[in-house]
Design a protein around this ligand. Structure first.
Ligand code: 3HC
Length: 335
């Protein structure tokens, strides 16, 4: 464990499976969680905690990797060299986020190859949001503002997740997401200050991405099967609905600056609650997307499979180079 001060076992806990680990190991794990400290890869942890982390972190990594596709598609069509350079940097950042997260997941004993196989075989989840099309340049603005905006609201609390490598990866990811959100906002701001056609294009993109971005936070709390346990383990810090509300409250004033509206007639300030009310989301659509029947699920997975197959020669060349370098090192040591 990373913490040096003595820890008192916490009296109330539902965080370990019965029959796992020694009493001492279980007590230590529970006290780290109770004291809101970090679990590190070599520490003892219940297998359910490990499984939960591998599930969430790998889903997150897959989301970053699949999430490159809607935007990468616009790199060659960006309206200026400056926009092209910014978009390229952003897409590269997403690749980096995927790599940090796969690396962090590997510290739990699950290799990247295994996770990648799960993804390309269609056995793994990735965020629903990346199964929607991005038909116009304004979609780059809406994705940056809404999708990366939702990602920040969801991910900043993960910087305090109880598993050290995950929390540390999230710190850097969140810094980069913050740049991504601003670039999206700035694209929309420029379009909203442009011609009527540009304003309409921006509004249309926001109309299409608004509800899907709210669904990124996951199902309503009553249907969130993992939240209670993940919160007991200090992996998640807030519920899906709490974060969704926080996101809506953050967006409305920003939309006013942009001069953009949201396609929700029920969106209104509720004085009593001190929050914005908003309409029910289409959870049937969410279920369809999760079941693999969203507008772009098949296309996104096929693209990932193709990229993996196209990259086979790079993996083979890298492995051959590594073998050669290792053999030379042995020869050098023997000489
Ligand atoms: N898309 C796809 N699946 C989703 C989902 C979504 N938006 N929201 C929930 N689900 C799935 C869960 O994975 C879970 O499935 P499983 O049990 O088969 O694994 C099921 O629906 C029930 O949902 P829960 O609320 O019980 O699940 P969680 O407690 O894991 O909460 C989460 C879901 C809030 C997404 C949480 O996993 C989380 O915070 N993950 C880390 C952040 C993340 O993965 N973000 C994805 C977007 S990445 C991104 O945006 C990249 C950026 O560059 C824009």
């Amino acid at each position: 464990m990373t913490v040096s001060e003595p820890r008192t076992p916490h009296a109330v806990s539902a965080v370990t499976d019965a029959g796992e680990g020694t009493d001492e190991e279980r007590a230590l794990f529970e006290s780290v969680i109770a004291d809101d400290k970090r679990i590190e890869p070599r520490d003892w942890m219940p297998s359910a905690y490990r499984r939960t982390l591998v599930r969430q972190m790998s889903q997150h990594a897959h989301s970053e990797i699949i999430g490159m596709q809607p935007e990468a598609n616009w790199i060659t069509r960006a309206p200026s060299l400056k926009r092209k350079a910014i978009l390229m940097a952003k897409v590269q950042d997403e690749a980096g986020h995927g790599l940090y997260l796969y690396s962090a997941t590997e510290t739990l004993g699950t290799g990247r190859d295994v996770l990648n196989d799960q993804l390309i075989q269609g056995k793994a989840r990735y965020s629903s949001i990346f199964n929607y099309p991005a038909p116009t340049w304004a979609d780059m603005g809406a994705i940056g503002w809404l999708v990366d905006g939702a990602a920040i609201v969801n991910q900043v609390p993960l910087c305090r997740a109880s598993f050290g490598p995950y929390a540390r990866a999230m710190v850097r990811i969140c810094k980069e997401e913050s740049f991504h959100q601003r670039q999206g906002f700035e694209i929309l701001l420029e379009l909203m200050q442009g011609t009527l056609a540009q304003q309409e294009m921006a509004q249309d993109a926001v109309n299409r991405w608004f509800a899907p971005s709210l669904m990124m936070f996951g199902p309503p709390d009553a249907e969130s099967t993992n939240s209670a346990q993940s919160m007991a383990w200090n992996i998640k810090r807030f519920s899906n609905d709490e974060l969704r509300q926080r996101f809506v409250d953050m967006l409305v004033p920003q939309a006013e600056v942009l001069g953009i509206t949201f396609p929700d007639p029920e969106l209104a300030w509720n004085e009593e609650r001190g929050h914005y009310d908003f309409g029910e989301l289409d959870w049937d659509e969410f279920a369809e997307v999760l079941a693999g029947r969203g507008p772009c699920n098949a296309q996104r997975l096929q693209r990932r499979r193709d990229a993996h197959n196209d990259g086979a020669w790079v993996r083979e060349a890298a492995a051959a180079y590594a073998r050669k370098t290792a053999a030379r090192a042995v020869e050098g040591a023997a000489a």
